[in-house]
Design a protein around this ligand. Structure first.
Ligand code: PGA
Length: 256
């Protein structure tokens, strides 16, 4: 079963609407013929509407970087799934390590956010990954087991088959320290085995991405790993040419 490769760029807190417009005008012609690869940009809330409008009819999907698990309420500063789908946002990043670490995002809330995303028709990318300490202590699998099991806990097998999980070792995010191919392959194969435990028939459909200091030069080796279905790209996605080169790497592999 061939899964469609998926390259997603996570801008984090970067780019005003004007900067986002310049970016997308540079990116669209570069990825126009990226056949066989799904491409998404995950942009700040303020740029969502502009990016949805500017990418309409193109192959680039637009994702939010977070949302609340409930449909409305007294939650100052939060945004619901319906607010995202109303403006035709395609998906949402959930549980990025920066949200877990800086904003106390919990696995329990994430298990509800996953359901809320699917119910609204949003495609979630669930982020998981260990800290450097956890890896050194030999706790990587324990951490991944906990995060994947909780994140998928409330989903049906049909929903799990449509899930994207991004394995992002926290020590590799924004540090320039990329996981070795063995580390990435082992962790991602383990994530897929966890998905299989939960929903045996879904594991061959669910996509698992690698994230953490992915660059145009490093992407081909990571993307070629047997269990890696794509990449969640932070810093290198901020430049349209660099991001397009990572998409190119996925296109070439898909065609080979
Ligand atoms: P990075 O970020 O590529 O800058 O390491 C990845 C991420 O946080 O998703």
């Amino acid at each position: 079963m061939a899964r469609t490769p998926f390259i997603a760029g996570n801008w984090k807190m970067h780019k005003t609407v004007a900067e986002a417009e310049d970016y997308i005008q540079a990116l669209l012609p570069r990825v126009y013929s990226a056949d066989g690869v799904d491409v998404a940009i995950c942009v700040p809330f303020t740029a969502l509407q502009a990016m949805v409008d500017s990418t309409r009819g193109s192959r680039v999907e637009v994702f939010a970087q977070n949302m609340h698990e409930l449909s409305n309420g007294a939650f100052t500063g939060e945004v619901s799934a319906a607010m995202l789908t109303e403006i035709d946002v395609h998906g949402v990043v959930l549980g990025h390590s920066e949200r877990r670490q800086c904003y106390n995002e919990t696995d329990k809330a994430l298990s509800h956010k996953m359901v809320a995303a699917f119910s609204a028709g949003l495609k979630p990318i669930l982020c998981v990954g260990e800290t450097e300490d956890e890896r050194e202590r030999g706790d990587t699998e324990r951490k991944l087991r906990h995060q994947v099991q909780e994140g998928l806990e409330r989903l049906t097998p049909e929903q799990i088959a449509q899930v994207t999980v991004a394995y992002e070792p926290i020590w590799a995010i924004g540090t320039g320290k990329v996981a070795t191919p063995d580390q990435a392959q082992d962790a991602i194969a383990f994530v897929r085995a966890l998905i299989e435990d939960k929903a045996p028939d879904a594991a061959e459909h669910a996509r698992v991405l690698y994230g953490g200091s992915v660059t145009p030069d490093g992407a081909p080796e990571l993307l070629a790993l047997p269990d890696v279905d794509g990449a969640l790209v932070g810093g290198a996605s901020l430049d349209p040419e660099n991001f397009a080169r990572i998409v190119d790497a996925a296109v070439q592999l898909a065609a080979s």
